[in-house]
Design a protein around this ligand. Structure first.
Ligand SMILES: Nc1ncnc2c1ncn2[C@@H]1O[C@H](COP(=O)(O)OP(=O)(O)OP(=O)(O)O)[C@@H](O)[C@H]1O
Length: 235
């Protein structure tokens, strides 16, 4: 399956933030989205998950309209959005019910892996930011997405959570999930992603295959080198 952004421009009310963005996400690959603060990364992801409608262009899944395919998407937002009146346990039960999934073994393994057993009866206000992020990650994973959209996922995680999360992203990719993640961590983007897009002031400035570029075309040139050459070129 392919999720495509086709010449997408868009933003908020009449304020256009991103312009003419086009790229594909195939199932079984990880795409990175990098750029300075305010470059338009979250805005691009909001067009993919459908909270913003393109002013121009469109988003399709297998050439079909996004709306008819929206159950194939899951989001891990930059700020976890948990239901304030549900405990962690109730939150997972709710996710299982709305997605009609019966994956208790998988859920229990993730609860164990991310060490949140002690928090199962707590409400979101009583959880640390990192634990809220872990609940958000597990919720997205158990919803069985075809495409996983992730906004700045690494910040609140402790080193063990970060390690497990990166391993899980690679596992999901191998299981055929298409992943797009926005991040400021260029080294992680370089090691984890099959392709990286650099957004600068709402424009797509670079889109390519990182391992291929580093290994063949531009030996010894890192994503960081490419990133700063784009940013400085623009000044
Ligand atoms: N809800 C909103 N309403 C109006 N403007 C917004 C809204 N959210 C973001 N913007 C504006 O859109 C522009 C791009 O913001 P966006 O959050 O997409 O950038 P980003 O690349 O994700 O930045 P960061 O790395 O800081 O998270 C900014 O100028 C921001 O002020």
């Amino acid at each position: 399956m392919i999720l495509s952004l086709n010449h997408v421009s868009g933003g908020y009310l009449t304020r256009k933030i991103i312009r003419d963005i086009s790229f594909d996400i195939h199932t079984g690959e990880i795409i990175g989205l990098v750029g300075l603060n305010g470059a338009g990364k979250s805005t691009t992801l909001r067009h993919i998950i459908g909270t913003l409608k393109p002013m121009d262009g469109d988003v399709t899944i297998n050439k079909q309209d996004w709306y008819s395919q929206r159950d194939k998407l899951a989001l891990i937002p930059d700020k976890p959005q948990l239901y304030p009146n549900l405990t962690v346990n109730e939150h997972f039960e709710f996710i299982k019910r709305i997605y009609q999934i019966d994956k208790d073994d998988y859920l229990n393994a993730l609860i164990d892996r991310y060490s949140i057993q002690a928090h199962m009866n707590k409400y979101p206000y009583a959880l640390s930011k990192g634990t809220q992020q872990k609940v958000s990650i597990i919720s997205a994973m158990i919803s069985n997405p075809t495409f996983l959209v992730i906004d700045e996922p690494f910040m609140g995680l402790d080193p063990r959570g970060l390690k497990y999360f990166m391993e899980d992203l690679i596992r999901l990719k191998e299981e055929g999930v298409g992943i797009i993640l926005s991040t400021h961590m260029l080294n992680i983007a370089e090691s984890l992603c099959d392709r990286v897009i650099v957004l600068h002031e709402g424009n797509q400035k670079f889109y390519n295959d990182v391992p291929y570029l580093s290994a063949v075309h531009m030996k010894d040139v890192t994503l960081e080198d490419i990133f700063f050459s784009i940013i400085e070129d623009k000044k």
